[in-house]
Design a protein around this ligand. Structure first.
Ligand code: URA
Length: 233
């Protein structure tokens, strides 16, 4: 059971305060009867709630795609620096959201945020091998020895062994890298082991889901049910 105003702000675009105001004004019904008390407890799995005459559907979890700008921490909360959750619209922040897979502060591109712990676990479990693709800008062009080293499953300077990864050189100093795991600073450390320096890193896709090109840096949107499934295809 949860408070009606909290339920409404989590399931709609209303803030908690606007949801309370709507309830007090008589715009909300629960199981067919107008309820004017925002603190009334509802069971979201069984109650039929309407707002301004429209049914409010219940999403157990939410999944959000964000185009992360540089300079933002990829954690839920930080007392000193802006985080990916701080970039989201206020109404989504009522949820306990966290990023499913981190990017470095200076890395840009696709981040998925959710309140679904199982989803995040599936996304990150090395056995699931969900591929993540990155556009990498380096200080020099990538040679075939580097491509071979990525493909063979290289050992980092720390002694950690990486799963085989794909490195596809592009024009100039760029490459597309596909990883199936997420070690700390992994791409930077893999290129460092090949005497190359990463100047910029941008995540293009996670599993079968590409970053929506209509999202400007800092913008986010909810995933459709279909897209949530696509991540694991
Ligand atoms: N590899 C890195 O080095 N940094 C990232 O943010 C992601 C992958």
């Amino acid at each position: 059971m949860e408070r009606l105003d909290k339920f409404l702000s989590a399931q709609t675009t209303l803030s908690r305060r606007d949801a309370s105001a709507k309830v007090r004004r008589g715009a909300v019904t629960v199981n067919g009867a107008v309820v004017r008390d925002p603190s009334q407890k509802v069971d979201p799995t069984t109650c039929a709630v309407t707002l301004d005459g429209q049914a409010v559907s219940y999403f157990r979890h939410i999944y959000i795609m964000l185009n992360k700008p540089a300079g933002i921490l990829c954690v839920s909360r930080d007392p000193h620096a802006p985080t990916v959750v701080d970039l989201l619209p206020e109404e989504w922040r009522a949820r306990e959201l966290f990023p499913a897979g981190r990017l470095d502060k200076d890395t840009t591109g696709m981040v998925l945020l959710t309140d679904d712990g199982d989803f995040a676990h599936r996304m990150l479990a090395p056995k699931k091998h969900v591929p993540k693709r990155y556009l990498v800008t380096l200080d020099h062009p990538v040679d075939q020895a580097t491509v071979a080293s990525f493909a063979s499953g290289m050992t980092l300077m720390s002694g950690e062994v990486c799963l085989p990864a794909k490195c596809e050189p592009l024009e100039g100093n760029e490459a597309i890298v596909t990883l199936h795991e997420g070690k700390y600073h992994q791409i930077k450390r893999m290129f460092a082991a090949c005497s190359l320096h990463v100047e910029a890193l941008h995540r293009l896709s996670m599993g079968g889901l590409p970053l929506d090109p209509s999202l400007a840096p800092g913008e986010s949107r909810m995933l459709t049910d279909q897209e949530v499934m696509t991540v694991f295809l």
